[in-house]
Ligand binder design. Structure first.
Ligand code: ZN
Length: 100
């Protein structure tokens, strides 16, 4: 499986993005992608875009998996990782100011 997270350089700043595990499309809006997993194979968790071809390929190759909208999955990841939005925004702002 190819990487599900890529780094996009914007104005000299490295910004991580999810990308589709099938077509490689950069996910710029979480509502355009799903988080897909198999409870019996947690190492096969992936993000796929909602393009018909990618969803159909996923169903054909890996039917019986569990699905969740990426924005919902992000909510759980954020909560379960104790990510505080205010703290993250401050860190991102600081990185942007130094061009990291
Ligand atoms: Zn795709």
């Amino acid at each position: 499986m190819k990487s599900q997270i890529i780094i996009v350089q914007e104005n000299g700043i490295a910004k991580p993005h999810f990308c589709c595990g099938h077509c490689g499309k950069v996910i710029e809006d979480a509502s355009e992608a799903n988080f897909v997993w198999n409870p019996d194979k947690p190492d096969e968790t992936m993000v796929i875009c909602k393009a018909y071809a990618c969803e159909e390929t996923q169903e054909r190759n890996q039917g019986g998996r569990c699905w969740m909208d990426l924005d919902t999955a992000w909510f759980y990841l954020k909560s379960n990782s104790k990510i505080e939005e205010k703290r993250v925004r401050e860190k991102a702002k600081a990185l942007a100011s130094i061009g990291a």
